[in-house]
Write a protein that binds this ligand. Structure first.
Ligand code: HMG
Ligand code: MG
Length: 609
C-alpha cells in the first residue's frame, strides 16, 4: 500500500491526561516548565490542564495557577495560526473559569458507556451529552472553540465491551453540539488494530467525516502505536499522545498512560510523515519529566534514543542519574534571583548559590567588570556560613568563551600595568574558586574556550550537556592558557593537558566524560538537581575537610606536609562540637541527616548573598 504523506497533528495531553492520575502533588512550576518544554519541542497543540472538581482530580486543583501564570498567558495570546492550547472542562463552571483566564479552546468529554460516565462525571450518558451541548453552545457564543472526547470506545471498566452504535451516537451528538473534532478515547487501552479499523469503518460508513475524528489511545496492552498506525492507514490524521507515556484516569482502574508522544513521532518520522516536532527535544523533555516525577520513562523510543545520545557506559563515568532517586517526587529546585550585576545573574536555593554568566550574545565572554564581580561574589559566598555550594553556569549556547577580546575592551596586547592588572584579576578569580571551602560546581550548558575552561576546572565538580566541550584555543591567537594552566594541568594530567594546549582541539562531552573530567552528561537541569539533592546528605564541614585532604595529597603528596595536614583534619573531625558529632548522633538514631536544613537552621538568620 502506498501511503500518502500529509502532516499529522499531534495533540499533546501530557500536562492534563498525563498528570491527572499522579497521586503525589506535582509542583505547579514543574507543570509550567513541562508546558514550556513541550512547546519548545515544537508541539503546536498542548492540552494545558483541566478545570474540574478538585475533589475528583486533586492533582489539577492548581489549574488557576497554571492558567494565570505569565508564561501560559503568553501562550494563550498566541492561540491562533495553528497553535492550540485547549483546556478540559466538564461543565459550565469549568467553562466560566477557563474563559476568565483567556482560554480560547476547551475540550468537553462524555463517555459512550454508562458505568464510566457515572464514575467519571457523575451522570448518565444522556445527561453528559446534554451537559456537553450546553457547555459547547455557551463556549461558541463566547468565541471559544470546542473539541470533544468520547471515552470508552472499546470497553468500559464496569460495563464491558462497548457497542459501536453507542460510540456513533456520542460522536454525532458532539459534532451536532458544535465540536470541530471528536477524539475517540480508548480509555482502558484495550483496543487493537482490528478494533480500530472496524470502528472507524463503522463511523465513516454512518456519515461521520474522517477529518472530524481524532485518536486517543491509552497503552495498557501495548497496542497504542499499532492502533495509531492502523487509524492513520484508515485516513485519520490527528492523534492525542502524552510525553513519556504519562497518564491514566483515576476512574479507569488499571488503565495505563497515553501512547508516548516520542513513540508516535518516531514512528511517523521514520515513515517520512512530518509532525513538526523536534524528536530530540521531545526525548529530553520525556526524560526530564520522568526524573521530576521519579518514575520510569514509559516511552520505548524515548528511552532508547536517550541512551543512544549519552556517552557509552564503559567510556563514561556518568554517575548522576535522577534528581529524585532518593526522594519520591521531590520538586525540582526553585531558584530565587538575588541580583543581576553586569553580565551575571545570582540566584539562591536554600544553601545553594548559583552564578549564571549572562552575556549569551557575546558567548559569555568575561569582561573586566565581570571578573571583579565574580571574584567578589565568590569571596563573599566563601565566608558565608549559610552557603554550602556555589554553582557556576551560563545562559545561551556557550558556557564561557573566555576573556573578552573585543576591540577597545580587552586588556590583551596592551602590556605594562594593564597586563599586571589583568593577571591579578584572573588569578584572584581562579584562586577564590580553587580555595573555596564550599563545594563548587560548574554546570556547563555548552562549549567552553580558554578562560572558560579554567572557570570550569577550578571548580570541584563538573556537569555538562552533550553539546558542551572544552577548547584551549589560546595558541591559535599567539597566546597561552597561562593563569588557568594551574587547574587544567592538575585536573587533566600533564600529557593530555599538553596535547590539548598544543592542538587547540575541541574536546567533546563524550571525551570529557570518558576521561573522568565531568561527572555527568545530559539534561543539565535534571543533572544539577540530582546532584544538589544528593549533596544535601553531605555535611559542609565534612566536604571542606575532604577538599583539604585532596589538596594536601596534591601539594604535599608523600611528604611531611601531607602527614601533618592529615593529622590536623583528623583532630578537627573528631571534635566533640564538630559536625561529625551531629552526624554520628543522627546515624546512631537511624535518621538520615539533611545538612542543608541543619545549615539553614544555624547561626546568622540571613545569607550574605
Ligand atoms: P458532581 O459532584 O456531580 O457535581 O461532579 P457538583 O456540581 O456537585 O460539584 C462537586 C464539587 O465540585 C462542588 O464543590 C463544585 O463546586 C465543584 P463543593 O461545593 O463540593 O466544594 N466543581 C468544580 N470545581 C472546579 N471546577 C469545576 C467544577 N465543577 C464542579 N469545573 C463533575 C461533577 C463533572 C464536576 C465531577 O465529576 C468532575 O469534575 N469530574 C471530572 C473528572 C475528570 O476530570 N476525569 C478525568 C478526565 S476524563 C479522561 O481522562 C478521559 C479522556 O482522557 C479521554 C479518554 O481517555 O477516554 C478525556
Ligand atoms: Mg485519556
Amino acid at each position: 500500500m502506498t501511503i500518502q504523506t500529509p502532516q499529522v497533528r499531534i495533540v499533546e495531553v501530557g500536562p492534563r491526561d498525563g498528570l491527572q492520575n499522579i497521586r503525589e502533588k506535582v509542583p505547579t512550576p514543574t507543570k509550567l516548565a513541562l508546558i514550556q518544554r513541550l512547546r519548545d519541542a515544537g508541539l503546536r497543540t498542548i492540552e494545558l490542564t483541566s478545570v474540574v472538581s478538585p475533589r475528583a482530580i486533586p492533582q489539577l486543583a492548581d489549574c488557576r495557577d497554571v492558567l494565570g501564570n505569565s508564561s501560559v498567558k503568553a501562550l494563550l495570546q498566541h492561540d491562533q495560526a495553528g497553535l492550540r492550547f485547549p483546556v478540559l472542562v466538564p461543565n459550565v463552571k469549568g467553562l466560566e473559569i477557563a474563559t476568565q483566564y483567556g482560554v480560547k479552546e476547551i475540550a468537553v468529554f462524555i463517555s459512550a458507556t454508562e458505568g464510566f460516565s457515572k464514575a467519571n462525571i457523575n451522570c448518565s450518558v444522556e445527561q453528559g451529552i446534554t451537559r456537553a451541548r450546553e457547555v459547547a453552545g455557551l463556549a461558541r457564543k463566547a468565541g471559544v472553540v470546542v473539541r470533544g472526547y468520547v471515552s470508552c470506545i472499546f470497553a468500559d471498566p464496569y460495563d464491558g465491551p462497548t457497542p459501536e452504535a453507542a460510540v456513533l451516537h456520542c460522536v454525532t451528538s458532539l459534532l451536532d453540539a458544535g465540536c470541530y473534532e471528536v477524539s475517540l478515547g480508548d480509555t482502558l487501552g484495550v483496543g487493537s488494530p482490528a478494533n480500530v479499523r472496524s470502528l472507524i469503518q463503522y463511523l465513516t460508513s454512518h456519515g461521520i467525516p474522517m477529518e472530524k475524528l481524532a485518536g486517543h489511545f491509552h497503552d495498557t496492552y501495548g497496542q497504542a502505536v499499532a492502533n495509531i498506525w492502523e487509524a492513520y492507514s484508515c485516513g485519520m490524521r490527528v492523534f492525542d499522545s502524552s510525553v513519556s507515556g504519562l497518564g491514566g484516569c483515576p476512574f479507569a482502574p488499571g488503565a495505563k498512560g497515553n501512547v508516548a508522544s516520542e513513540d508516535l513521532v518516531y514512528m511517523f518520522q521514520n515513515a517520512g510523515i512530518s509532525t513538526g516536532v523536534d524528536l530530540a527535544k521531545l526525548v529530553q523533555t520525556g526524560e526530564w519529566i520522568s526524573q521530576q516525577l521519579s518514575q520510569s520513562n514509559s516511552s520505548r523510543a524515548g528511552k532508547a534514543l536517550s541512551i543512544k545520545s549519552q556517552p557509552k557506559k564503559n567510556s563514561s563515568p556518568t554517575n548522576i542519574k535522577s534528581p529524585n532517586s532518593s526522594a519520591k517526587n521531590t520538586p525540582f529546585l526553585e531558584w530565587t534571583l538575588i541580583s543581576s550585576p553586569e553580565g551575571l545573574h545570582i540566584h539562591r536555593n536554600g544553601s545553594n548559590l548559583k552564578i549564571t554568566l549572562n552575556r549569551p550574545k557575546n558567548g559569555n565572554t568575561l569582561t573586566s567588570t565581570m571578573l571583579t564581580t565574580l571574584t567578589e561574589t565568590i569571596q563573599t559566598a566563601n565566608s558565608d556560613s549559610l552557603t554550602t555550594r556555589i554553582i557556576i553556569t551560563a545562559t545561551g549556547r556557550f558556557f564561557c568563551t573566555g576573556m573578552d577580546l573585543g576591540k577597545g575592551t580587552s586588556p590583551v596586547a596592551q602590556g605594562g600595568s594593564a597586563s599586571d592588572t589583568q593577571f591579578n584579576r584572573l588569578t584572584a578569580l581562579f584562586e577564590a574558586i580553587d580555595t573555596s571551602p564550599k563545594v563548587t560546581i560548574a554546570a556547563m550548558n555548552g562549549p567552553a574556550f580558554g578562560g572558560g575552561v579554567g572557570l570550569a576546572f577550578a571548580c570541584d565538580i563538573r556537569l555538562c550537556t552533550s553539546t558542551a566541550g572544552c577548547t584551549l584555543s589560546e595558541v591559535k591567537l599567539g597566546l597561552a592558557p597561562a593563569t588557568i594552566s594551574k587547574y587544567v594541568v592538575r585536573e587533566w594530567g600533564v600529557s593530555f593537558a599538553r596535547e590539548a594546549m598544543l592542538s587547540a582541539r575541541s574536546i567533546g562531552a563524550e571525551e570529557l566524560a570518558a576521561r573522568g573530567l565531568v561527572s555527568g552528561v545530559g539534561e543539565l537541569e535534571g543533572l544539577l538537581d540530582a546532584l544538589l539533592i544528593r549533596l544535601k546528605g553531605c555535611s559542609p564541614g565534612g566536604s571542606r575537610m575532604s577538599k583539604e585532604l585532596v589538596k594536601l595529597a596534591w601539594v604535599h603528596g608523600g611528604r611531611e606536609g601531607q602527614v601533618s595536614g592529615i593529622k590536623g583534619v583528623f583532630d578537627e573531625m573528631m571534635r566533640a562540637d564538630g559536625e561529625g558529632a551531629v552526624g554520628l548522633k543522627e546515624f546512631q538514631a537511624g535518621r538520615k541527616m539533611d545538612w542543608d536544613a541543619f545549615v539553614l537552621g544555624q547561626g546568622q538568620a540571613k545569607a550574605k548573598l
